[in-house]
Write a protein that binds this ligand. Structure first.
Ligand code: PEP
Ligand code: MG
Length: 560
């Protein structure tokens, strides 16, 4: 079906996840069941409650049997959904609604809507979990009304799955043989769809303005550029196929330590949030861990995790990297990652509030317990543990943290540079610690004053911006002058060309989602240190994020 330019849109834009590209026909996700009627039940509260409970139990059973068939995050997501169905607060609310005369369908709808509102109001990470709840409610309502569960279509051939918002239960169990790519209209870069797509190396674009896509039409889904091209020309298809071949060759290339064309080593490390991911990271060639996000282990905990529980998790992580560097970040609570046991009081601007090191200083026993658990875990393995603090803004905070880490007997203490103030005083901050690791996600958020979880300002949330690159350069220079390592552990390190720029600005190691390692490894090998510096200078001299990328592309092309 040809699309006439100027009459209908020929392209849709969204937030790409990873760098994959796919070509195929669109198939829309089956719609959720319609909103249940508010008419009073004719069956009576007791029977309605029984129906609701039976349907909830059946859906929980089905989710668990799907969980048993998969592994890792997929299984955890499905299990978490089953648990939502057993939450006593939800059951209490359902009982209340049927008690007031609602049908089971309506009571389930109301109970989950209330729960969802609560999560949405909390913002950030929790708000993004709201989609999980909507999906659970839809499944129970479909079960009650005998309708087919909302879910993945089966057009009988491979397809590009388009959905309003993909439920985690669906993302987790997608048949990767049939689903060429996923496009969702909702969702941000940290939504479940994005997290799971990244983990499965699935071509995906979330938050896409793509409601106009028509069932069956052929599209190119270009995640690297966040573009969905409709009615592609033969040339566009050929370019996409060539790109697919390039990416496949990259993935198949032998795994070797990261280095530049002149042999300069650039260790390539993994970002992890769970020791369970270590094996895959090692398989993909991670030379160690550049960021272990400890707070991910305890996001659901009401009370501080015990030393023993922590010790076990850290030991599992460290044991997977004998003789390797493993950088563990102490708990980074606040904003989009609230931890109930580290404050969590309401704040007007949580991203600017009591988070990271600020929260830890207010609950110092929690920090001490964590450091003790890390020290014990380190003494039982032979990984090279380094510990770092999140959200350092002042030299005093850096010195305080290094003092407490060294006093625990842990030899290497570093800080994350995520706040522009720390980058601007990098020489003094670095003088107080053993290393720095730049968190480009937050550094971009604070430099550009653009909330990292708000889709509407996503355009400003671009680490290619020369203002962000200038701060990276300041930290790189300070590190070189003091002879201290400067790593990068934000998402920026996963963009192959930007990784070259970051090395050119002075980064001495790069840490990223393991699925990004192959692309970055291949790209680094194409340039010498001198060339990386000149590509970085071209980006630094630009006046915006887009022009910085184009300038780097042009400078890099000159060395090809
Ligand atoms: C960052 O801010 O870049 C970072 C790596 O930390 P997080 O994404 O966990 O805030
Ligand atoms: Mg951060």
């Amino acid at each position: 079906m040809p699309i006439e330019p100027g009459v209908v849109e020929v392209e849709f834009i969204g937030i790409g996840v990873g760098r994959g590209i796919a070509i195929g026909p669109v198939a829309w996700m089956s719609p959720p069941p319609p909103e249940p009627s508010t008419a009073a039940s004719g069956r009576g509260p007791e029977l309605e409650l029984e129906r609701a409970e039976a349907a909830a139990a059946e859906v929980a059973r089905e989710l668990r049997s799907r969980a048993a068939a998969v592994e890792g995050t997929a299984a955890e997501v499905l299990e978490a959904q089953a648990l939502m169905l057993e939450d006593p607060a939800v059951h209490g609310s359902i009982a209340e609604h049927v008690g007031r005369g609602a049908t089971a369908e309506r009571a389930v709808f109301e109970a989950f809507a209330g729960y969802r509102e609560l999560l949405t109001g909390m913002g950030g990470y929790l708000a993004e979990r709201a989609a999980d709840l909507a999906d659970v409610a839809h499944r129970v309502i479909a079960e009650l009304s005998g309708a087919a569960a909302p879910g993945i279509p089966d057009p009988g051939h491979p397809f590009v799955l388009v959905a309003h918002d993909l439920a985690p239960a669906d993302t987790a169990t997608l048949d990767l043989e049939r689903v060429l790519a996923v496009v969702t209209l909702e969702g941000g870069p940290t939504s479940h769809t994005a997290i799971l797509a990244r983990e499965k190396s699935l071509v995906a674009i979330v938050g896409a303005d793509a409601a106009g896509l028509v069932e069956g039409e052929t599209v190119i889904v270009d995640a690297e550029h966040g573009r969905i091209v409709r009615a592609p020309t033969a040339d566009e298809v050929a370019a996409a196929v060539a790109r697919q071949e390039e990416l496949a060759a990259e993935a198949a290339a032998p795994i070797a330590p990261g280095r530049l064309a002149d042999g300069t080593p650039v260790p390539l490390l993994a970002n992890l949030g769970d020791p369970a991911g270590a094996e895959e990271a090692v398989r993909l060639g991670a030379e160690g861990v550049g960021l272990f996000r400890t707070e991910f282990l305890f996001l659901g905990s009401e009370s501080a995790p015990s030393g023993a529980v922590q010790q076990e998790a850290y030991e599992r992580l460290l044991a997977a990297f004998p003789e390797r560097k493993v950088v563990v970040r102490v708990l980074d609570a606040g904003a989009d990652k609230p931890l109930a046991f580290l404050g969590g009081q309401h704040e007007e601007n949580p991203a600017l509030g009591v988070r990271g090191i600020r929260a830890l200083r207010r609950t110092e026993p929690v920090l001490r317990e964590q450091l003790d658990a890390l020290a014990v875990a380190a003494s039982r393995t032979n990984a090279r543990l380094e510990v770092m603090a999140p959200m350092i803004a002042t030299v005093e905070e850096a010195a305080w943290f290094a003092g407490i880490v060294h006093a625990t007997g842990l030899p290497v203490a570093g800080v994350m540079v995520e706040v522009p103030a720390a980058a601007l005083l990098a020489d003094r901050v670095l003088a107080a610690v053993d290393f720095a690791s730049i968190g480009t996600n937050d550094l971009t958020q604070y430099t550009m004053a653009a909330d990292r979880v708000l889709g509407e300002v996503a355009e400003l949330q671009d680490p290619w911006h020369p203002a962000v690159l200038g701060l990276v350069a300041a930290v790189g220079e300070a590190g070189a002058a003091l002879g201290k390592p400067v790593g990068i552990c934000g998402e920026a390190a996963a963009d192959p060309l930007l990784a070259v720029v970051l090395v050119g600005l002075g980064a001495t190691s790069l840490s990223m989602s393991p699925s990004a390692l192959a692309g970055v490894r291949a790209r680094l090998l194409r340039y010498s240190a001198v060339q990386a510096r000149s590509i970085a200078e071209a980006a630094l001299a630009a006046d915006g994020a887009g022009s910085a990328r184009s300038a780097a592309e042009a400078a890099a092309a000159a060395f090809a």
